[in-house]
Unconditional design. Structure first.
Length: 318
């Protein structure tokens, strides 16, 4: 189990007063797992991610990396190499004159020789879907918004972390940038990386996450498989959160009397459920195909078929 949080609380202290940002959060990130975190603005999502990557220390509770408390100096050092985090709007931190220099910065800083750095930059750019030959010598500041963000993400994965933490990776991107970023995340899933992602987009969470944690005012109010969490439409709406479009449409069809199951996570799954409800005989066959039609199930299955549980190993194998 790469990351475990036990009853973790965090309070920001300042002259203006204290803000209790997180209250007794417990969670587990499995090897190769994908944990989605959702919550209204100010609910504590970014604070939680920053605790997981060791930027702050919990005010109470413990964070364990492979069973060892990250409060210990040795474990903390390991955390910094094994857990990579892309902050909200990571492109704001681009600074180097060329893409290759920016992406290779952390690897160079970690003492790797120039050949190793170049290999890592090549692998990282390939993983985020950018061609090395075309982009390496360009200035990161001359790229589109989506490309800039993928360059910033390449800089995080160039150190080949085992756990990747993403804070709203698609926020503010245009449709093309968004598609590029989703394809990148899909590749990370296929490699079996352990991922934690915060998003305000419920479709993205439904597509990738195996487990969802819902925050409200710093407390965890729901936790479980996305099909279970997203079946609580009314409770989520009460805290200003939506559900995936597929579940939204399914809810209105249910109101019209169509007997659809709860927790429909993708439009493909909805189409299959409608067919099954309207023509049970035909629907049974469609239902069998649903797993493969569902993006999330698809990418998980690929990741496992690979037999690659460790993101770094997988990234090296590219
Ligand atoms: N440096 C800080 N000092 C004091 N309070 C802070 C600080 N950073 C965040 N907070 C407060 O902690 C709470 C949680 O903030 P956080 O940024 O974790 O929320 P969030 O869920 O990521 O919000 P958003 O969706 O807007 O990104 C908020 O009440 C916020 O105002
Ligand atoms: Mg935030």
């Amino acid at each position: 189990m790469p990351l475990v949080l036990e009853q973790v609380s965090y309070t920001y202290r300042s002259h203006e007063g204290n803000v209790e940002a997180l209250k007794e959060i417990s969670l587990q990130l499995r090897e190769g797992g994908f944990l989605g975190i959702i919550g209204h603005t100010g609910s504590g999502k970014s604070t939680l991610l920053q605790l997981m990557c060791g930027l702050f220390s919990p005010t109470a509770g413990r964070i364990l990396l492979d069973g060892a408390d990250i409060a210990l100096k040795q474990t903390r050092r390991r955390l910094h190499t094994e857990v990579g985090m892309a902050f909200q709007y990571p492109e704001h931190q681009l600074f180097a004159p060329t893409v290759a220099q920016d992406v290779g910065f952390s690897a160079r800083n970690a003492g790797m020789d120039s050949e190793e750095v170049e290999q890592r930059v090549r692998r990282a750019l390939k993983l985020v879907g950018l061609d090395y030959e075309r982009f390496a010598t360009l200035s990161p500041f001359d790229l589109s918004g989506g490309e800039k963000r993928r360059v910033a993400l390449a800089g995080v994965i160039a150190t080949e972390p085992r756990v990747l933490i993403l804070d709203e990776p698609t926020a503010g991107l245009d449709p093309a940038g968004r598609l590029g970023m989703l394809a990148t995340i899909e590749r990370f899933c296929q490699l079996g990386m352990s991922i934690v992602m915060v998003s305000h987009d419920m479709d993205d969470i439904a597509r990738f996450a195996q487990e969802v944690l819902v925050l409200r005012d710093g407390s965890c109010v729901m936790q479980g498989h996305p099909s279970e969490v997203f079946s609580h439409t009314d409770e989520l709406r009460a805290i200003n959160l939506g559900v995936p479009k597929s579940e939204e449409y399914a809810a209105s069809l249910r109101k019209s009397g169509l007997p659809l199951p709860q927790g429909i996570l993708t439009l493909n799954a909805l189409a299959d459920a409608i067919v099954a409800a309207v023509r049970p005989e035909q629907g049974a066959d469609h239902g069998k195909g649903d797993c493969r039609a569902d993006g999330r199930a698809d990418c998980r299955a690929d990741g496992r078929a690979d037999g690659r549980a460790d993101g770094r190993e997988a990234a090296r194998g590219l």
